[in-house]
Design a binder for this molecule. Structure first.
Ligand SMILES: [Zn+2]
Length: 363
């Protein structure tokens, strides 16, 4: 049996890779370690031992900084935080709180929500509405038939996505310049969702894609120019070589080495309309909820535009990001100035996340 891999051992894990994989990992990721030290007074020792296991573990703390050289996104992992077991607790109160809001306008969207100028898309598991206060010229809501957003299955998630994609086509018919699609899901209030009833959101924008999507396109294009190879395929290869992949049919899915926040997953698929992609996202979300105890999460679909543009999207796949936003009972925000302006500080070890999701899929 192989010894457990830990994110704080990442430099050694990369060094131990076969030469080709090692070169690829070093091409994409810059990894460095440091040790943070402190000197606690005797009076604190009992409390420290109780909270962190031992005083020595707190005295010298190993920290790993992972920077994606291509996208310039990065994450700090502290072994003191990362070595804690993944918190997979489930709060029954939350189920009650969700049930208590049944009967909201999203439970009867036809008379409780406005339609878009092009009408509604009605699918097997969801119906669209027009967002009242819009982010952008086209901004819709994919309202799930299920009130409780956590009662999800791969089939239902595939249904939500396909309703969203049909909504993009309708928006494009209404405005041929609204070519850049974005699909997002803010599940529960810690993830930015103000309405509990299950819903995703869709926007279609003009002129250029949203800046973070465009930035990723440019980074991948630069990578291709410099190295003559596909960034997304290489990124998936690096994660798989280290054992961070989560095998799912028709996609590359992995627990990110440079997560934006807790337990971030990345799914790379070919076409947004490929049912294998949306089902894979659904399977991962089901694992999030059932195996990892996640309750509040964000999902974002990066997709190429619906028609050809001046800029080149020909190599851009569909990339889906999934991230845990923490315990709904916790009043402290998971993001502070570090995350917004410097680098993400993350407690969950991506190796534990990948293992838990793989075990869940096997079971
Ligand atoms: Zn409802």
């Amino acid at each position: 049996m192989a010894t457990q891999r830990n994110i704080t051992d990442l430099p050694d894990l990369i060094s131990a890779l076969p030469p080709e994989d090692r070169a690829l990992a070093k091409r994409i990721f810059d990894v460095s370690t440091t040790t943070g030290r402190l000197d606690p007074p005797e009076e604190m020792h009992a409390w420290i031992s109780k909270s962190f296991g031992s005083v020595d573990r707190v005295r010298a703390q190993r920290i790993v900084k992972v920077t994606n050289r291509i996208t310039l996104e990065g994450t700090l992992f502290n072994e003191l935080r990362a070595s804690r077991p993944l918190d997979t607790g489930v709060s029954l109160d939350l189920d009650c709180e969700i049930a208590a809001t049944e009967g909201d306008p999203f439970c009867h969207p036809k008379d409780g929500t406005p339609a878009d100028v092009f009408g509604r898309v009605i699918g097997e598991h969801a119906t669209t509405a027009s967002n009242i206060a819009k982010y952008d010229g086209f901004h819709g809501v994919v309202i799930f038939d299920d009130h409780n957003p956590l009662h999800l299955t791969p089939e239902k998630v595939a249904g939500y996505v396909s309703v969203g994609l049909e909504w993009f086509r309708k928006a494009l018919e209404a405005d041929p310049k609204a070519i850049y699609p974005f699909l997002m899901w803010n599940c529960l209030w810690r993830a930015g969702g103000s309405i509990i009833h299950g819903h995703a959101q869709v926007t279609a924008t003009r002129h250029t894609h949203y800046p973070k999507v465009e930035r990723l396109r440019r980074a991948a294009a630069d990578y291709k120019r410099e190295h003559g190879s596909d960034y997304f395929r290489d990124l998936a290869t690096v994660h798989a070589s280290l054992g961070l992949d989560i095998p799912l049919e028709g996609v590359h899915a992995f627990a990110s080495l440079s997560p934006i926040k807790e337990k971030e997953l990345v799914v790379v698929g070919s076409d947004p309309a490929d049912p294998a992609l949306s089902r894979a996202v659904g399977a991962l979300l089901q694992g999030y909820v059932n195996d990892l105890g996640v309750r509040a999460f964000n999902v974002a679909f990066y997709m190429p535009p619906l028609t050809s543009t001046e800029e080149d999207w020909s190599d851009f796949p569909t990339v889906v990001f999934i991230v845990d936003r923490g315990d709904p009972a916790n009043r402290t925000s998971d993001m502070g100035a570090m995350e917004l302006y410097a680098a993400s500080v993350v407690a969950s070890d991506p190796f534990r996340v990948a293992e838990a999701l793989r075990d869940g899929l096997d079971g």
